[in-house]
Structure formats: structure tokens, C-alpha cells
Design a binder for this molecule. Sequence first.
Ligand code: IPE
Ligand code: MG
Length: 229
Amino acid sequence: MDGNGRWAEERSRPRLFGHKAGVDSVREIVEISRTIGVEFLTLYAFSTENWNRPSGEVTGLMGLLKRYLQSELKTMLKNGIRLCCVGQQDRLPADVQSVLQQTISDTEACQGMTLNLALSYGGRSELVQAVRRLAQQCQDGALQWQEISEDSISEHLFTAGQPDPDLLIRTGGEHRLSNFLLWQTSYAELYFTDVKWPDFRKDQLLEAINTYNRRQRRFGKISAQLQGE
Ligand code: IPE
Ligand code: MG
């Protein structure tokens, strides 16, 4: 979800104004995604690198996050949205952690769509944590090193038990992954748009999905092999 700051600057407003507008996009995109049958949606809200932003912006983002969670609980329950967090939850301010934990447990049984919020998330640090856990299991004798597999690595990531993403959308005109779901996106279709996040709404999402639907996913095979699959 990139481009909030520039969106605000274009309007000669403070960056937080852009982040607030970005929350409206989040509401709309979550709602439309569920309506059209998306089963898993992951929003990259705050990266491990974002901690290096000016403290006022970080505090503002944390406040927005807390208010978003508090205001959305009713809607999440009504629409069957299960909230999960991918990222270093323990680095978040205590009050945000507690609202987050409460929302996660309140929506645990929801079956309409899983909404992953990537908070203090970094793909490399996620992989380091997974490797450390597997190494610990080997040291404890619970696992043989030969048993380490793609599946066992996947099962030690924040997204354990979830399918890999089919489509990755980056708004705001940059063409990079910025440490997002590095392992999980190995075969994701990438979609980049110049539209800044506060302007990314229903029509823009549907356009991204239409583009995705026109792509051929070969997973290393050749076109002829895909006939009849
Ligand atoms: C939102 O966009 C991403 C968040 C960390 C919330 P930015 O804040 O990166 O906006 P730009 O890139 O400065 O426009
Ligand atoms: Mg940015």
C-alpha cells in the first residue's frame, strides 16, 4: 500500500492526512475483496524498515492502526473476516498489541475471508526466524536436517497454513518488493500501478484482477502442456 505520503504532499497536506485517506482505501478493498470471493488478502501496512521513519509519523500510523481495529471489529464479525497478523507483533506498542490480540481472537472463527495485516513485517527476518526454529529442532533431536523441506520452511513462516499468494499488487509507482513475502511470492503474478494507495479503490482492484486473469501461469512448463489442465 504505497503512495500515501506523496498523495498528501500533492494536496499540500501532512503525510498523516494521506495515511488517513489510505485507511478508507483499506476499508473499501477489504469489503470488495470479500464480496468477489478472495479468500486471503494480505495488506503490507508497516515494514520492519518503517520503524526508521520520523517518530511522529510512526506514532500517527500506530494510532490509525489501533483506531482502525477498534472501528472495524463489528464489520469484520458481520462479514466473516478473520484477522491475522504477519510480522513482529511484539515490537508494536503495548496498547496496539492488546487491541490486535483481542481482534484476532474475536474473529478467529470467521470464515468469509482471512485478512492478514503485515505489521512490523520483513521477509528476510521472517526467514531468519524460521531457520532458527528449524535449527533449534535439529539441535534438540526433534528433526533431522535431511527432513528440512520447502514445506517445513513454509510451516515456520507467519503465513503457516495459508496458500501462497497468486497476485501481488504494488501501488504508488515503485517497482520493487521491499522485503514483502519473499518466500511466499516466488510464483505470484506481479502487478505494479502508478495509482497511489488512497486512490486505489474498487475499479483499480478489478482492473488488477482482470489483468491477472489474462496472464498465463505456466509454473515453468510450456503452453502446450497446460491444455486441458
Ligand atoms: C504508505 O505509503 C506506506 C506505509 C508505510 C503506511 P508511504 O507512506 O510510503 O507513501 P509515500 O511512498 O511516501 O508516498
Ligand atoms: Mg512509500
